[in-house]
Each structure stands twice: as structure tokens, then as C-alpha cells.
Design a protein around this ligand. Structure first.
Ligand code: NAD
Length: 238
């Protein structure tokens, strides 16, 4: 019966939210994960390389016997770049974040849509964006916010453009989500102060983001296509 399970590619599954998404799909899908380098459970591809996303798609297809039903774009970086950096470093920071967070995701969406068209089937895309898409981010993370806003715009365009072909697209916008050691995580995001801004009183757990992603990947009704799900403890309500 393994073939009856949906085949799913989850990018950035080596840790954090991606690892939680793979966990939440266990037993409900045949999943191929992805990380920067090859491993027994993951296809390796460094998405800072312009050609890597397409290679990743082909390698994932080979591991899944030529069929992928759902693409989850989760891999991403949150790297600062200051306005005080040199122009060269500033542009390098922007290019790298846009490449990994947005361009690689777009390339994978393109490959998925072409695959589904070729097979004459529909499919689902789940893009892990961020609260930053709507709220903005720190003075050192405009590029991050811009990449995630780009992802939301891309998701909605795909939903509108390809719904008639049975291709559905969703986005998830997590707020702070505790993915590393609590102390490191909090200090990299502004310390305890950030909790004061979250009515729920805590950051999200990766399993909470994963449950929404798994719902969109497996169960969400087709009429939800184009939807964006917020997971932020009411720290940004819109
Ligand atoms: P993480 O740093 O724990 O994991 C990131 C994953 O992406 C890893 O598997 C890593 O291997 C992969 N990745 C990073 N750079 C890569 C590259 N160059 N090539 C290939 N793979 C690469 O991150 P996380 O916190 O679990 O975040 C997952 C997603 O959720 C990201 O897109 C992030 O922007 C988004 N997000 C996270 C938070 C949060 O607070 N943790 C909030 C909002 C959105």
C-alpha cells in the first residue's frame, strides 16, 4: 500500500521546523528530506547555488520513483546584514538570502508545476514563509522580510494561476519558533524582550508549525488554495 501514500519533498528537513514537518508526516506519506549535504535520509543540495534547486528536484524524483505529489519549501536562512556593511557585503547578503529563501523555492515550484502538468495530475505546494512577510523584521533583516513577502506573493500567484489544473498552493507564516537551544535562540532574536510582545506568552513550538504544514500538505480542502496560515501567538494579528 506504500504507493497509495502521497510522495512529499520537504526541503531543509535536517533540523528545526523541517525536521518537525517530517515527523508529523510519518506514516501518512512517503517523504524525501533535504539538507545542505547528502545523507541516508536526505538529498544534499546547497541552495545558495543557482543550479541546486533543479538538481534537488531531479534527485528527489529519482528517490520517489518518479512521482512527487507535494512540495514543502521550508529551507531558509535568517542572516543579518547591517546598513553599515560595505556595499559589496550588503549586496552579497541580499543576494544570498534572496537566492536561498526565494529563488530556490521558486525554482522548485516551477519544477513541481511542470512535473504535475506532464503527468496530468494536480499537486500541492506548501511554502514556509514568516510573520516578517507582513510585519517586517529587524533593521538588519529587511532582506529576510522581503524574501518572505516574495514567497507569499509567489504562493498567491501560483494559487490563482494554476487552481484550474488542480495545483494548490498555501503558505504558513510562523512567528518566533523555538528551533535551537532556548538561550541561543532568544539571544539571536532580541532576548526575553521578545516574549513581552507575544500575548500567548511564549514562542511557537516547531510541532505547532509542522501540524499546520501537514494539514495543508494532506488535508486542506481545495477551496483553501491561496490561504496563508499565521502561527504567532497573536503577536501579529491582521
Ligand atoms: P533552521 O536554521 O533550524 O533550519 C533551516 C533548514 O534549512 C536546515 O535544514 C538547513 O540545512 C536548511 N538550509 C539553510 N540554508 C541552506 C542552504 N544554503 N542550502 C540548503 N539547505 C539550507 O531553521 P528553522 O528555524 O527551522 O526555519 C525553517 C523555515 O521556517 C525557514 O524558512 C525560516 O525562515 C522559517 N521561519 C522560522 C522561524 C523561527 O523563528 N524559527 C520563524 C518564521 C519563519
Amino acid at each position: 500500500m506504500a504507493n497509495a501514500l502521497p510522495h512529499i519533498l520537504v526541503t531543509g528537513s535536517t533540523r528545526g521546523i523541517g525536521a518537525a514537518i517530517v515527523d508529523s508526516l510519518r506514516g501518512r506519506a512517503r517523504v524525501v528530506g533535504h539538507g545542505r549535504t547528502d545523507g541516508p535520509e536526505v538529498v544534499g543540495a546547497d541552495l545558495s547555488d543557482l543550479a541546486a534547486a533543479d538538481r534537488l528536484w531531479q534527485a528527489a524524483l529519482a528517490r520517489l520513483d518518479g512521482r512527487i505529489d507535494v512540495l514543502v519549501n521550508n529551507a531558509g536562512v535568517f542572516e543579518p546584514v547591517s546598513v553599515d556593511a560595505s556595499l559589496e557585503d550588503w549586496q552579497a547578503g541580499w543576494t544570498r538570502t534572496m537566492q536561498i529563501n526565494l529563488q530556490a523555492s521558486a525554482d522548485l515550484c516551477r519544477a513541481a508545476i511542470r512535473h504535475w502538468r506532464e503527468r496530468g495530475t494536480g499537486g500541492r505546494i506548501v511554502n514556509i514563509a514568516s510573520r516578517a512577510a507582513y510585519r517586517g523584521d529587524s533593521p538588519a533583516h529587511w532582506h529576510y522580510a522581503a524574501s518572505k513577502a516574495g514567497m507569499v506573493g509567489m504562493t498567491k500567484s501560483i494559487a490563482r494561476g494554476f487552481a484550474a489544473e488542480g495545483i494548490l498552493a498555501f503558505a504558513v507564516c510562523p512567528g518566533f519558533t523555538m528551533t535551537g537551544m532556548a538561550e541561543d535562540y532568544l539571544s539571536s532574536r532580541g532576548g526575553e524582550k521578545l516574549l513581552a510582545d507575544i500575548p500567548l506568552g511564549r514562542v511557537a513550538d516547531p510541532a505547532e508549525v509542522a501540524s499546520a504544514a501537514a494539514y495543508l500538505a494532506l488535508e486542506a480542502p481545495a477551496s483553501m488554495t491561496g490561504a496563508v496560515i499565521d502561527i504567532n501567538g497573536a503577536s501579529f494579528v491582521r
